[in-house]
Design a binder for this molecule. Sequence first.
Ligand code: SAM
Length: 321
Amino acid sequence: MPGQINYLRVSITDRCNLRCFYCTPWDGWEKLPAPEILRYEELLRLAGVAAGVGIRKVRVTGGEPLVRRGALEFIRGLQQVPGIEEVCLTTNGVRLAELAPDLLATGLRHLNLSLDTLRRDRYRELTGSDHFNDVMAGLERAAALGFKPIKINCVVLKDLNDDELLDFARLTRDHPFQVRFIEFMPTVDEALWRRHFLPMAEIRRRLAGLGPLDAVTAPATAGPARTFRVPGFRGELGFISSVSDHHCPTCNRLRLTAAGWLRPCLFAAPELDIKGPLRQGASDAALAQLFREAIRLKGCVSPAPTLASVWPPPSMVNIGG
Ligand code: SAM
């Protein structure tokens, strides 16, 4: 059985200003018409209902959340929802340098930055855009302003960025960041996944040169990352083995898609329509029941995700990763 479900990831848009080759479907994706996307007041109400069934932490994600107009006001509002103790944002950082001061003013402190390379030319290849310098400026600005923790999420891709593992890890020597290595999950295309999947054991082996790692105890809402610190380094390293070390039993999260579907599991198909009842006037109690049902559905622990077991693969740009 899963542990306590206390974490909700809320995707506020399916739009993104990057085209990461492994996240965006090859042929693009059909953008949701604006009326299909949950409005901020609907999201805030659902956050309140979710708090009532035990959700304590909400992560705002996308698409790219910072491309949706009004995102900062929403983030401010989320922090005022009774029962929600922690609000975090996951961003690709493209607009971070520009928005960091206003984001800070909302009260937000927890930031996850998705970044798969520390090289500008490679960034262009992986994301289809030339925003590397913007992202690095955003990271620098956010750190200078005092966002904490700043977690840098790096999806490890064999033959594409796996020669940068030590460079990423060494960022934690001088900066108080948590650099998290994430196994590439089977999305978009099977051949692509097979070509670029690198298991966590191999990732850890390649980091052996760093020396011994001290385990760090994670808070109750932390999720599946295993966290360590290289003695003497300021930051931490996190390892998320979504594929090779199946983490259903420790998964503490639900997902709410921009289109208003409640998703118990990233890698299992059932989704509950919450937008329909919401817009048809459902009471808070009825909506809470949908959250409880989603939590109940998490109880069916599935085998480790493979492309075969999750076909059609989840589209991260729609679900929010
Ligand atoms: N735009 C925001 C960002 O970049 O953080 C939020 C949405 S993005 C879909 C969330 C995360 O999902 C990113 O860190 C991305 O790298 C990750 N992701 C997408 N596809 C993935 C895959 N196949 N395996 C592992 N992580 C993936």
